[in-house]
Each structure stands twice: as C-alpha cells, then as structure tokens.
Design a protein around this ligand. Sequence first.
Ligand code: ZN
Length: 320
Amino acid sequence: MNRSDFARLLDQLGSLSPKQRAQVQGILTALPDTAPSAVARIIPGPEACPHCQAPAEQLRPWGHSHGLARMRCHSCGRTSNALTGTPLAHLRRREQWMHHAQALIEGASVRKAAQCCGVDKNTAFRWRHRFLQAAAMHRPAHEGGIVEADETFFLESFKGQRKLPRPARKRGGAGAYFERVAVLVARDRSGQTADFRLENVDAAHITAVLNPLIDKDAILCTDGAVIYQKVARTMGVTHRAVNVQKGIRVLDGAFHIQNVNAYDSRLKQWMSRFHGVATKYLENYLGWRRMIERYRQNISPNVCLYEALGRWQPQQLMQT
Ligand SMILES: [Zn+2]
C-alpha cells in the first residue's frame, strides 16, 4: 500500500464503530506473522541429515547462519539447516514467504503474487514453481474402497519457451490428437485424489500408475472404455464400468464416476484462470489443485509451507 493510502486508512480508523474495530482487530491477529524469525520458527527441523540420511539424532547444533539454526552431522561431518535439500533452499526474502503461500491459497496470478510479496514477476513465477515442486509429488499412498478413475485432457503448451521442442503443428490438423496431454485422475470415496500425466492413453501406462495406488480389494469404477477392462484384469481388481454413452450413469446405486468427473470440472474451472499452462509445469498445477482440495477450509500459509518443504505428516499439520 502506498504512503498516502496508508495515511488515509489510519485516519479512517478513528471513525470505526466498536463492532467494526473488533472486526479489524480480528483480521489483524489472524494475519500470519511474517518476520523472518517467525518464518524460521515455523520451518520444521529435518528428520534426517540431508547429506547422508543419518537420523536426526546425529545432528548437533552448529551455530546459526542466514537466520537459521545450523546443524552438523555426527555421521558425515557436513553441516546443514532446515532448508538444505528442499525446494526452498537458497530462496531469498524469507519474510515474504507467508504472503506467497497466501497467494497460492488464493490461486493468485503471478502479477498479483508479485504485488503481494513486493517482488518482481520473474521472482514470483520462480517462487510459485519452487513452492509447488514438492506438492506436485504429494499423492495419496493408496486408495481403497470404490475408486473412480477417468482420463482428462489438457492442451499441450510451450508457453514461455522461446524455442519449440518440435515444429509447430496446425490446430485441428492430423497432429491434433497429439496436441493434447492426457491426465488420469483416480479418486476414492474418502476423497483421496491422485492424478498422473500419461505419456500414452493405453492399458500399460494406466496400469503402471494405478497398480501401486489401488488396494487389491478395491473396486475400480470407470466409463465403458475397453482399455479399463484390461487394466482391471492385469491388476486383479474388481471392475465396474458405467456406460455413460448409453446414458447409464449409476450402477446398483453405488458405482459411478461422478466424483472423479466433478473433481475434473473443478480442476478445469480453477485452471482456466491461468489461460493455459505450460505443459512442462502441468504437474505442478495439478499438485497445487490437489493441495487446495486436500485441506479445503483448513488450508493456511503454514500448511502450504510444509507442503513446499515436502513435509506433510498430518500430525505436524494439525499443530500448525
Ligand atoms: Zn550426515
């Protein structure tokens, strides 16, 4: 906020009613503490030496540097801090990180995030993808019960890249099919959601991502595409296919793919604000959306910071 706007705001504070004053106080106390030392306090200590993976008990205090506690590993003798080896290592302006995390929660544009954090757009863009790098890898370890799976497509995009990795194809021409990037979304009825960029929409690629994810006693629900029969057979799971094209949407009252389709449309609607994302960052955006859906109203800048550090044990998140 510029100086004259701020002066005007201060002037107006005097005319608040008691109720309004309480509201303002509430907002101010709820704002995250953005002092660098406060951010340093939120950053969890490492679980292991980032160099040799020795357990945290091997790490001894070794002074401070750049406002963070340093530790020396008894095992390998190397020093580290809580950010060593994480995507946030070496990012500057730590006092702005919580503002940036808030911008992620709001799904703010790069321009808006840059404004909130007082950094330039290139920095805001770099921060966005550093903050999302770990979240992009955060998928449920397994899904069970009824698991709905369906594929969805995004336009391939080389946004921001000066050189195309291959000659441009004409829209709608013979190459049109290849200009779409396939993503498989799998969601169980507890709401756990995983998605995977597929190199190819075939049984082998779909099996490769679903097999480690889906419990053996789960029931896989898909549309009528033949491919999924093969996938289910290879994986040895029960399969229920709804013939959506024939107008059959629900089988036996329980088997449908409406949850995964609803997830997909929320994802698409949310992504539309970015006006097409570069394919090389697609997984970061998918992870971003999963993060927002994972915590829903419980998401906070602290939670985002933990996700950015690749630390997402639920008990830790509950404490923050
Ligand atoms: Zn070590």
